[in-house]
Design a protein around this ligand. Structure first.
Ligand code: NAG
Ligand code: NAG
Length: 267
């Protein structure tokens, strides 16, 4: 069995390699196929070129995007400063309106605008009208009502101060105006025209010059003033401007008050 795998040598010139020619031929054939064929070189070159092309393309695209973004960035920066400038200009125009349209809900940017009837003065969402004609206290209240308001009800120190200041502006003409306060029903019990009693903490009575006495003094005079001084005027006076009791039948100018109309507007 062992002898079978070897071909017996018949001549001395023969060697074992001649007997394995077939095998050797096959090996040589393989050896010849080993060098890279030209087709393969083309393929690699082609792949390299494609990669080179793609990388170049990528770089070009990146550069284009960068340039595009850079120019856009510059344009947007320019646009931003233009918008900021326009915003400031608009703000300059709109800001004075804040007096009439204060922000109602700051986060929602809703403004509430207040307006008064023609010739009425707006202060803190109330409208005031200083009359030029004179009437007694009752007719004054009726006239104010017919104009959509009432004789003024002074509720705060600020309101008292602004009305006194407005009185000062009116110069040397009339310095006495009816306000919506009276103690006609019960002496010494002052009520406003809305039937609310006067809060003594928010009373701004004047001080008389002749005796330094303070109002109200419940003064009566049998002849000229038998019913006392039940109605109240705001008077510009020295040493102190303030409220003074007068006979309700006196002919005086008046200060009417009305709520300002409000309307919402979006900004
Ligand atoms: C800049 O503003 C102009 C108009 O004012 C507009 O046409 C342009 O698109 C804006 N540019 C950018 C980048 O927003
Ligand atoms: C009123 O009071 C002031 C100081 O408060 C005083 O100077 C003046 O003399 C007083 N006048 C009268 C009439 O009492």
């Amino acid at each position: 069995m062992e002898m079978d795998i070897y071909t017996p040598l018949e001549k001395h010139t023969q060697d074992i390699y001649t007997t394995v020619e077939l095998t050797k031929d096959k090996k040589e054939g393989q050896m010849e196929a080993d060098p890279v064929p030209p087709a393969n070189v083309d393929y690699r070159m082609c792949l390299f070129n494609i990669l080179l092309f793609l990388s170049t393309l990528l770089i070009v695209v990146v550069v284009i995007i960068a340039v595009y973004h850079f120019t856009h960035y510059k344009e947007m920066t320019k646009n931003l400063s233009t918008l900021q400038f326009q915003f400031e200009q608009l703000n300059k125009i709109v800001r004075p309106l804040d007096k009439f349209c204060p922000l109602r809900e700051p986060p929602a940017l809703v403004k509430m605008c207040s307006v008064c009837p023609h010739n009425w003065l707006l202060f803190d969402s109330k409208c005031y009208l200083f009359s030029t004609d004179k009437q007694n206290w009752y007719d004054s209240q009726d006239t104010c009502t017919s104009e959509g308001g009432h004789l003024v009800i002074i509720e705060t120190k600020e309101e008292q101060d602004i009305l006194t200041a407005l009185l000062e502006i009116k110069g040397s003409e009339e310095k006495s105006y009816w306000i919506g306060l009276t103690d006609e029903i019960k002496e010494g019990h002052f009520v406003w025209v809305d039937n609310k009693p006067l809060d003594p903490q928010k009373a701004f009575w004047g001080k008389r010059q002749n005796d330094n006495g303070t109002e109200p003094d419940h003064w009566t005079d049998e002849l000229n003033n038998p019913f006392g001084q039940n109605c109240v005027c705001l008077q510009k006076k020295k040493p102190s401007s303030g409220w003074y009791g007068l006979n309700c039948e006196n002919q005086k100018k008046r200060i009417c008050e009305a709520a300002a109309s409000t309307f919402p507007s979006r900004i």
